[in-house]
Structures are given as structure tokens and as C-alpha cells.
Design a protein around this ligand. Structure first.
Ligand code: 5GP
Length: 133
């Protein structure tokens, strides 16, 4: 079982920002910016997004779209950027990153330190916006 499956099952804690039957979204533990979110399928552990079947692939992006709208409503930013890397965790995931500049999507830059209490508050704010959609 991957670490992200354990997170989706609640066996490992995470700052949840959205969930439905098939997909789960939570804050990245080492965010590029406040509100940096990971979106995953719950029941598919394949490590390459383009291996997903068409239904899961389309569902993942449709869910990510709603999560991005919630992030934009909850976190001050110009727009929400998207990245798919998968170089570290072998479980398909989409990064959603609130952007002020294009440099905010540079994974090599120094990551800001965000206190756990602030992460919890950001997650709660995004979840509240998601539930309005
Ligand atoms: P990638 O696989 O896309 O290259 O990077 C994996 C991402 O997952 C990184 O941004 C990393 O900070 C994040 N990550 C790795 N392990 C955990 C974890 O246990 N919890 C959370 N919330 N994020 C994680």
C-alpha cells in the first residue's frame, strides 16, 4: 500500500481539503506555497497518470478542477497552477499550487516554512469553499 493510500484511508494523518467516493485532496507536507494541494485517486496506485483508465483519468481532472476553484476562493492568489511529476511518491497525484508568480511552481526553489496550525486553517478554509460548490 502506498503512503498516499494510507493517507486517503486515514491511517496516516493529512490536512484534508476535499474528498468524494473516488478521489481525495490534501495539503502537501512540504508546500511550494500556502495552499499547495495534492489530488489523488483513492483506489488506483499506479504511479503514472497516463496509465489510468479513461474514466478514472477524466474523473481525477474533474475533481481537481473543483478543488482548484475552492483553493482560488480560499487562498489569495492570481491563479492555481498545475503540475504532475510523480518523481517521489509512486501513486498518481496532481499538484495544485496557488501562484503569485510563475516562479511559485519551481520545485527547486526554497520551500516556505508554514506552521502546522496555519496548514490546518488553510485546509479548513479550502474544504469550506469546496463544500459550497
Ligand atoms: P512528486 O512525487 O510529485 O515528485 O512529489 C511528491 C510530493 O508529495 C512532494 O511535494 C512531497 O512534499 C509530498 N509528500 C510526500 N510525502 C508526503 C506525505 O506523507 N504527506 C503529504 N501531505 N505530502 C507528502
Amino acid at each position: 500500500m502506498t503512503i498516499f493510500t494510507k493517507i486517503a484511508k486515514g491511517e496516516i494523518p493529512s490536512w484534508k481539503v476535499a474528498e468524494n467516493d473516488s478521489f481525495y485532496a490534501f495539503l502537501d507536507i512540504n508546500p511550494l506555497a500556502p495552499g499547495h494541494t495534492l489530488v489523488i485517486p483513492k483506489n488506483v496506485e499506479d504511479d503514472y497518470i497516463f496509465h489510468l483508465d479513461e474514466e478514472t483519468y477524466a474523473g481525477l481532472w474533474a475533481f481537481a478542477r473543483k478543488v482548484a476553484l475552492a483553493i482560488k476562493a480560499a487562498v489569495p492568489c492570481k491563479r492555481v497552477g498545475v503540475a504532475v511529476l510523480g518523481m517521489e511518491v509512486p501513486h498518481t497525484h496532481i499538484h495544485l499550487v496557488p501562484l503569485q508568480t510563475e516562479g511559485d511552481l519551481d520545485f527547486r526553489k526554497e520551500h516556505p516554512v508554514i506552521a502546522p496550525e496555519r496548514q490546518a486553517a488553510i485546509a479548513a478554509a479550502i474544504l469550506a469553499e469546496y463544500e459550497k460548490l
